[in-house]
Design a protein around this ligand. Structure first.
Ligand code: ME8
Length: 653
């Protein structure tokens, strides 16, 4: 950040509870979390708000489809969001639900006030309505007779409703956007809104729905036959959550909001409805509204209604939270669209995390262990050439200094690229300095110590800069470097000499084990959903078009009984257990995705069935020589076991 702000308040959209969250929702929330974390680590008072949008037609329709009440729909679905945020290590300070009293009261008070001030009036309305977008359009707005936003068919509606005098703020809004270049970001989105405002007459906004058509909403305080339009209700969350009309001190502390993070799909509601609403309410404008692009599947937006979403829980199960967070932030240039593929994920993971960061971590820790007795060495410049060390430290400091303004300008992907370059430079430095050769010479202890201390200090800085993106792994790295404090302080980052000589280092194990492609194939057999997706192309290659296999193919699979000798969890892999099995005189190691269903201790002694002639593979870097059989229904999984007197190594036919 070029200038340190006095406070930082960041929001995400509040998400509809008509369905469970997907990668798109995760993305915005992770971005907000990363931004909040950077600001907190800089010592800036920070407030991070997220939540759920629980009223309106979409939620009502989902409830109807599920045969439950809208409130039940909200209560059941909100948990999916909250659970996901917990798993994604999201550190939000507040979570607002629009069905909470604290929000509903503020919406009603605001409506009453605007009604009394004649900012809201009643009129007969005739127009076109898109259920998907929950918005009214005029005949002129329609594109080929369909919704101009989503392209879906619209319904003709004639009814009495209440309207907010939005049109009268058109000129003011154009001027405000023009006078405040950072208000809507990126700037091409500001141009988009300006284009919209300059090219057509802004209509007044219909802010009510008759209860006869939709009852699920906040009742208008001045007419109980109507509920509030979901967008008018939802946008107010950004102020109701921080004390508007309820806690003046809190409101003064956080408002105006620093950044409303949104996806480009909700640009108009945030850059036209919201500013005009605030203007009418005499409330200050947010400092910025940042619209990011979409995650696409192929060329299409990933969305619940299109059914092409990637489930974040599956990604976390397969690759871990930090890798998932890293990929989303590093892969998408903020503002642009990006395509999500698992192949791209694996490629980036292996290149950046397993190769670059994982490698340098291993090298630094292993060499400190070998040459410095497992303790952080002391730096001592004198009597030898330190040009390479000096240059490395300078470059690392430069990266740290450049990162602040980049984050401030929402160039998060570029800022990560910058740190990864700094990581690579440590590797290059080690290669050039070759402490392993140096160590073979007499009297070079101080030189080796200085070299490794510098590398460790640079790694400390990089780990701190990556901490907001990968909190779990970077904490593990900090601990491995012998640092006792849990969190880095970004404003004190570039003082040389933070690592304390003499403190013990530890080996965290492989922070980012390489993902091998054959592991990927194996993994899909652990995950029934992915198995379905990924086996499709294989079926095409199968010569038997009817999907049946021959007797010979069955006989080619060597199924045997085995007795479990030992079982243990695999660090960093929630679902996996490592088993040692007796296959009838032959001891083997197996990795199985059963950790959520069995405790290691209860497996020991069981006689199970395994595929004995499966090609060995590595899962999370751990060798697996076979596959066990299990039956599963929904969330339940039970091992196939053999009863009675049959020992290990018996053929299963
Ligand atoms: O619009 N790529 O809620 P919503 C990237 N309740 N981001 C995506 C995405 C994708 N494919 N799909 C969704 C609503 N998002 C309203 C908001 S705010 C006062 C009310 C993200 O559940 C992105 O942030 O449809 C987008 O704006 C938001 O989810 C929409 O979530």
């Amino acid at each position: 950040m070029s200038e340190k702000p006095s406070k930082y308040y960041v929001t995400t959209p509040i998400y509809y509870v008509n369905d469970k969250p997907h990668i798109g929702h995760s993305y915005t929330t992770i971005l907000a979390d990363v931004l909040a974390s950077y600001h907190r680590l800089l010592g800036i008072p920070t407030h991070f708000l997220t939540g759920t949008d629980e009223h309106g037609q979409k939620v009502q329709q989902a409830a109807d489809a599920n045969g439950i009440t809208p409130q039940e729909q909200c209560d059941q679905t909100v948990v999916r969001f909250q659970e996901l945020w917990k798993r994604l290590e999201i550190q939000n300070d507040d979570f607002i639900r629009t069905t909470e009293e604290r929000h509903k009261t503020v919406v009603q008070q605001t409506l009453q006030e605007l009604f009394e001030r004649d900012e809201i009036y009643k009129a007969e309305y005739e127009g076109w309505y898109c259920v998907g977008c929950e918005r009214f359009f005029t005949e002129k707005d329609l594109v080929d007779g369909n919704c101009p936003e989503c392209g879906r068919p619209v319904d003709k509606i004639i009814e009495s409703n209440y309207f907010f005098r939005m049109s009268k703020y058109q000129d003011w809004l154009i001027k405000y956007i023009e006078d405040n270049p950072g208000f809507i970001q990126p700037s091409f989105r500001a141009n988009e809104t300006l284009g919209f405002l300059k090219n057509k007459e802004l209509q007044d906004l219909c802010i009510s729905r008759p209860k006869s058509r939709l009852a699920w909403g906040i009742e208008l305080p001045f007419d109980t036959e109507f509920v509030t339009y979901v967008w008018f209700d939802a946008l107010i969350n950004y102020i109701s959550a921080v004390g508007y009309k309820s806690d003046e001190e809190q409101f003064k502390k956080w408002w105006p909001c620093s950044t409303h993070l949104i996806g480009k799909d909700i640009l108009t509601t945030h850059t036209v409805y919201w500013p005009t609403m605030l203007k009418a309410m005499n409330v200050a404008m947010p400092e910025s509204i940042f619209a990011h692009g979409w995650w696409l599947t192929g060329r299409t937006k990933m969305s619940k209604s299109l059914g092409n979403v990637v489930n974040p829980m599956d990604m976390i199960d397969s690759y871990g939270v930090d890798a998932f967070r890293y990929f989303l932030v590093a892969e998408m240039t903020l503002g642009q669209d990006a395509s999500f593929t698992e192949e791209a994920f694996v490629k980036r993971y292996n290149a950046d995390l397993a190769n670059d960061l994982g490698n340098v971590t291993n090298r630094v820790l292993n060499m400190i262990s070998r040459y410095c007795d497992n303790k952080i060495p002391a730096a001592s410049a004198g009597g030898f050439d330190t040009a390479l060390e000096d240059a490395l430290w300078k470059e690392t400091v430069l990266a740290a200094d450049e990162m602040g303004p980049m984050v401030g300008n929402m160039k998060l992907d570029a800022s990560i690229a910058l740190v990864m370059t700094a990581v690579r430079k440590i590797n290059v430095f080690l290669q050039e300095r070759a402490p392993w050769s140096l160590a073979k010479q007499e009297g070079t202890e101080a030189e080796v110590a200085h070299c490794l201390y510098t590398a460790a200090e640079c790694l400390r800085v990089c780990a701190a800069l990556l901490y907001p993106v990968m909190p779990e792994k970077m904490l593990a790295l900090r601990n491995a470097l012998g640092m006792a404090d849990a969190k880095p302080q970004l404003d004190k980052l570039t003082e040389f000499g933070v690592l304390v000589p003499g403190s013990l280092i530890s080996q965290p194990g492989a922070l980012f084990p390489r993902i091998e492609l054959e592991e990927e194939e194996k993994k899909t057999t652990e995950n029934p959903k992915k198995q379905k997706q990924k086996q499709q192309p294989k079926k095409k290659e199968d010569p038997s078009k009817d999907g049946l296999i021959t007797f010979d193919q069955v006989m080619a699979v060597n199924l045997k009984t085995a007795v479990v000798l030992e079982a243990e969890k695999i660090e960093g892999a929630d679902k996996l257990l490592k088993l040692q099995i007796d296959l009838g005189g032959e001891r083997r190691q197996l990795v199985a995705g059963i950790a959520l269903h069995y405790q290691p201790a209860e497996l020991v002694g069981k006689t199970i069935v395994v595929v004995a002639n499966l090609k060995p593979a590595k899962l999370r870097g751990v060798k697996s020589e076979g596959m066990l059989l299990a039956a599963s229904v929904g969330d339940k999984l039970k091992l196939v076991t053999v009863e009675g007197e049959i020992g290990p190594g018996a053929a299963v036919k």
